[in-house]
Design a protein around this ligand. Structure first.
Ligand code: AP5
Length: 220
């Protein structure tokens, strides 16, 4: 079972992916996480990506596509979740080519639907562990000790692109570039829409109903 999980910033893609990794043993391929690891490691890729991410803009396609291409080669047959990729039609076309080349296919493109009124609150309140990437929220899911990750003891921080002025730009970029993927995957018969409102466990129950208990089948 291989899925593309897409939706607006703050829809809960990272949160649901982490549950899918824990409970269905899937690999999580998140381009946002890949860029943040490169930024943390101060690599040339990280420095370049940071200049786009801090403004809420997309990192250029050729950079993102080749990064994903390298990750796809490491899968060794594992089921996977693509989170944050593709993010526009051109990336979706590149993905099709990469999948064909590697004899892999996507079973479904799952769209997490959350109204924009909810997104801003989720994003401004989000906190992330610098070491393991665990996700928190200042009111919904605070760490037990402020500023410290429950899971690994790492530093819990606010992402630089989770400031209100950057969030507005990210939502615009999403509307213009990523929303058209709904029609793209609908036309391919791969689109599945899941309501992303309510607490994370309720959303996971809905997502699991679509994916199936073993992670092997898709119910439409
Ligand atoms: P990326 O990291 O992919 O960010 P995003 O798509 O904007 O998505 P987010 O990570 O903000 O949100 P999410 O849906 O994962 O929500 P989460 O689960 O964290 O990309 C960042 C940047 O990298 C981009 O802007 C771009 O510059 C660059 N980039 C990445 N991919 C690229 C690509 N393909 N091409 C070019 N550039 C690319 O949840 C958010 C908060 O809400 C958390 O605090 C969480 O605890 C809380 N929450 C989640 N679910 C619930 C719930 N059900 N109820 C209550 N609270 C909840």
């Amino acid at each position: 079972m291989n899925i593309v999980l897409f939706g607006p910033p703050g829809a809960g893609k990272g949160t649901q992916s982490s549950l899918l990794v824990q409970r269905k043993n899937m690999r999580h391929l998140s381009t946002g996480d890949m860029f943040r690891r490169a930024i943390e490691a101060k690599t040339a890729l990280g420095q370049m990506a940071k200049s786009f991410i801090d403004k809420g803009e997309l990192v250029p396609d050729h950079v993102t596509v080749s990064m994903v291409e390298n990750e796809l080669k490491t899968l060794e047959g594992s089921s996977f979740i693509l989170d944050g990729f593709p993010r526009n039609i051109s990336q979706a076309d590149s993905l099709e080519e990469m999948l064909k080349k590697n004899a892999i296919s996507i079973d479904a493109a799952i769209f997490l639907e959350v109204p924009s009124s909810v997104l801003e609150e989720r994003l401004t309140g989000r906190r992330v562990c610098k070491s393991c990437g665990a996700l928190y929220h200042v009111s919904e899911k605070p760490p037990k000790v402020a500023g410290t990750c429950d899971r690994c003891g790492g530093e819990v921080y606010q992402r630089s692109d989770d400031r209100a002025e950057v969030i507005r730009g990210r939502l615009e970029v999403y509307e213009k570039n990523t929303m058209p993927l709904k029609s793209y995957y609908r036309a391919k018969g791969k689109l599945v829409e899941v309501n992303g409102q309510g607490d994370a466990e309720s959303v996971f129950v809905r997502l699991s109903a679509v994916i199936g208990s073993s992670g092997q089948s898709i119910k439409r």
